[in-house]
Ligand binder design. Structure first.
Ligand code: NAD
Length: 311
């Protein structure tokens, strides 16, 4: 495989690069290093099968040139992080939407296989038990804030779907649910690394809202092989597939678990959403994937426990 990984200097992208290189593939990363970092790719520096190109997915010519040399595209570049999205909603919409359009158009033009990272946030406020991929659930009940992210990702899915069905582009859409692992930074609001660094520093662990909101964290080491396998599975083309973990926990429970596992003396401090993110901020109360479709398509069975993920 000669793969282009957009957003390859980010958390998930860098693990994908490690995996692809370890499996004998060639990889070119396109990343503007806005939330990603060259240090995430340090281990691949000097490897003849690997190249990092610093640039943006908004640069249509660059995107086309790089994808023209490849046979597979993993599109992970996006404006992410709650603060980024809440502070600059239209900018993040533009990056995620126009960038994806450039990438998918180039993949279709050059006959490369295409995978795009979408998100559980396309389910909006829907908090039912085990969210399934049914199309009528997407973008059905908008949140007041960070809707730009969900809307852009929902539109990305539709654009990918149209290219897949109308041009025959082999196209995989994965909806990630709270993926966690090494190299993820708490800087952009990701809860597990933020809690762990607060616990290790002995600082108060700041829980936003009541802490009763529930999440299900998935390991990056479970989802990367699944992502690659989906691209080798034609039955998975032109449909969205949930990828995540299986253990649900409240954010308050997560804080307690992190304190216990790190042996920290940190206290838990509750901060209102408006103090954390500004007035009008709204969060999903529950985010629990049904990964039955991934199981059916590729035998997906996450093996890492929440404790594995935290430690
Ligand atoms: P990340 O911030 O670590 O990775 C995103 C990467 O994209 C960064 O390296 C960043 O520098 C790069 N980027 C941003 N804008 C760019 C641009 N205009 N041009 C080129 N590169 C650009 O985040 P991540 O958690 O690794 O997320 C990867 C993908 O997975 C994203 O598309 C994200 O929306 C999606 N996702 C992640 C999660 C999760 O739990 N981590 C959940 C749902 C969806």
């Amino acid at each position: 495989m000669k793969a282009v990984v957009t957003g390859g200097a980010g958390f998930i992208g860098s693990h994908l690069c490690d995996y692809l290189i370890a499996h004998g593939h060639q990889v070119v990363v396109l990343d503007d290093l806005s939330t990603g970092s060259e240090s995430n790719l340090e281990q691949l520096r000097g490897n003849p099968a690997f190249e990092l190109v610093k640039g943006t997915i908004l640069d249509k010519r660059l995107v086309s040139d790089l994808i023209g040399e490849s046979d597979t595209v993993f599109h992970l570049a996006a404006a992410v992080g709650v603060h980024n999205i809440v502070d600059k909603p239209l900018e993040s919409l533009r990056t995620n939407l126009h960038g994806t359009e450039n990438v998918v158009e180039a993949a279709a033009a050059h006959g490369a296989r295409f995978a795009v990272a979408s998100t559980s946030e396309v389910y909006g406020k829907n908090d039912s038990d085990g969210l399934t991929e049914d199309a009528d659930r997407i973008l059905g009940s908008p949140l007041k804030s960070r809707w730009s992210y969900a809307a852009a990702k929902g539109l990305d899915e539709l654009v990918a779907y149209v290219y897949g069905t109308e041009t025959g582009l082999p196209c995989v859409i994965t909806r990630f649910f709270n993926i966690v692992g090494p190299r993820q930074t708490g800087r952009y609001g990701m809860v597990v690394p933020r809690f762990v660094s607060q616990a290790l520093a002995g600082e108060p662990i700041t829980v936003y809202g009541t802490g009763d909101q529930r999440r299900c964290f998935g390991s990056v080491f479970d989802v990367i092989p699944a992502l690659v396998r989906l691209l080798d599975t034609p039955e998975a083309y032109n449909t969205a597939v949930n990828l995540g973990g299986k253990e649900e926990i409240s954010i308050r429970g997560l804080a307690d678990r992190v304190i216990e596992l790190t042996g920290s003396s940190s206290e838990v401090r509750f901060v209102s959403y408006s103090d954390a993110y500004g007035a009008g901020y709204e969060d999903m109360q529950r985010r629990m994937p049904d990964t039955g479709l991934a199981r059916e398509l590729i035998g997906y069975e996450p093996t890492r426990t929440l404790d594995d993920i935290i430690t």
